[in-house]
Design a protein around this ligand. Structure first.
Ligand code: NAD
Ligand code: UFG
Length: 359
């Protein structure tokens, strides 16, 4: 069993991955500044795996009181002191902390380069100083931009079309340089396609702030009556029903992919892996609308709107390399994603906010 540092572990993908890592018996130290999350997500993770909750042991520092297998630190990856305080005795890092909105990155590129690139560089420096050279990095299919060949293999040209994607591509380049510069590094860059859904308990899930930019949380909020209607961005794409096609991946499948990756790195030789994490299957906007309406039993009104600038018609992963290198494939269907996402939305219509106000 390993001691793992999880940056951004209170966020959407991080919290689900923490759950699966704890179930596998690993011990976790989470570093998060809660700029897009709340500690309550990890309290719920702790209760789901049977830990006795999280106790405050110092300002901004919580720990499960009995087994000591989960500790949570409020801190910023851009602050070397915050990193130093959590890196002692760590075998590997799963690095989720970062900013992720494509639209915001266009308006605030400095913020994105600061957190996603400078923050990661500082983390790598501190890892090097602590002798920890095993890293799983949250990359993104956005590094591929618009591709002619679909499904997209990892060998496709890297040609991001927005600042967010460029920060992820830059970190991948930095990691390749680092792995080539000295022995001992074991790095996996995991290129996520479209993560959606929630843990089947409905206790943890995605909690977007403000108006969701992404399709799945927007549909969830329409189904629950928080928003009147979905705008479908274009029905004249070159796809079977004219709406955009994406490779949606259940967040629990994604979490299991991270566990496979970090355990593979820890037990394997020095290496650099660059792997797509997707299902290899495409679903259109209207496929998702219909599946969500069926599973939830709620209407999802929609209307056609103009295309969103920068959207590709189709984005689907070639998922074979991850299967052969990690022995991992997605297992859950589009219906599973909708059922579990709806369980979360129905039980937490305003995300963690109500629970936070009550606490
Ligand atoms: P999220 O916003 O829910 O989680 C990110 C976490 O990082 C949050 O808890 C946030 O508070 C924390 N954080 C942000 N800046 C920080 C900083 N400076 N120091 C410490 N903590 C900080 O996002 P997510 O959807 O869970 O995404 C996780 C990672 O995966 C991100 O790096 C994102 O770019 C990448 N990714 C996400 C998607 C997606 O569609 N969700 C797709 C591809 C890649
Ligand atoms: N869409 C709508 N209406 C909406 C929102 C989205 O029709 O209100 C459509 C889009 O046009 C697209 C599809 O739904 O065809 C999916 O859009 P999302 O915004 O949910 O996802 P994207 O594929 O645009 O991008 C997401 C993340 C990126 C990440 C990428 C690949 O937002 O950060 O997946 O991982 F890089």
């Amino acid at each position: 069993m390993a001691n793992l540092l999880i940056t951004g572990g209170a966020g959407f993908i991080g919290s689900h991955t923490c759950l699966v890592l704890l179930e596998r018996g690993h011990s976790l130290v989470v570093l998060d500044d809660f700029s897009n999350s709340h500690p309550v997500a990890l309290e719920r993770v702790a209760s789901l795996v049977g830990l006795q909750g999280l106790n405050a042991v110092a300002p901004g520092h919580w720990r499960d009181p009995v087994q000591g297998r989960l500790s949570l630190h409020r801190g910023d990856i851009r602050n070397p002191q915050d990193l130093e305080s959590v890196l002692a005795g760590i075998d590997a890092v799963l690095h989720f902390a970062g900013l992720k909105s494509v639209g915001e990155s266009v308006h605030h590129p400095l913020r994105y380069w600061d957190v996603n690139v400078s923050g990661t560089r500082l983390l790598l420096e501190q890892m090097q100083q602590h002798g920890c050279r095993t890293l799983v990095f949250s990359s993104s299919a956005s590094i591929y931009g618009t591709q002619e060949r679909v499904p997209i293999p990892e060998s496709a040209p890297i040609q991001p079309i927005n600042p967010y994607g460029r920060t992820k591509a830059t970190v991948e380049q930095l990691l390749a340089d680092l792995v080539g510069s000295e022995p001992g590094w074991r790095v996996a860059c995991l290129r996520y396609f479209n993560p959606v859904g929630a843990h089947a308990s409905g206790l943890i899930g995605e909690d977007p702030s403000g108006v969701p930019n992404n399709l799945f949380p927007y549909i969830s909020q329409v189904a629950s009556g928080l928003r009147p209607c979905l705008s479908v961005y274009g029905d004249d794409w070159d796809t079977p029903d004219g709406t955009g096609v994406r490779d949606y991946i259940h967040v629990m499948d994604l979490a299991e992919g991270h566990v496979a990756a970090v355990e593979h790195l820890i037990s394997g030789p020095d290496q650099l892996l660059q792997l797509n994490l997707g299902s290899g299957r495409g679903h259109s906007v209207l496929d998702l609308v219909h599946a969500f309406a069926t599973v939830s039993g709620r209407p999802v009104p929609w209307q056609v709107a103009p295309r969103r600038p920068g959207d590709p018609a189709i984005s689907v992963a070639d998922a074979e390399l991850a299967a052969s290198r990690l022995g991992w494939r997605t297992r859950r269907t589009l219906e599973d994603m909708c059922r579990d996402g709806w369980a979360w939305q129905a039980a937490n219509p305003r995300g963690y906010t109500d629970r936070v106000r009550a606490s």
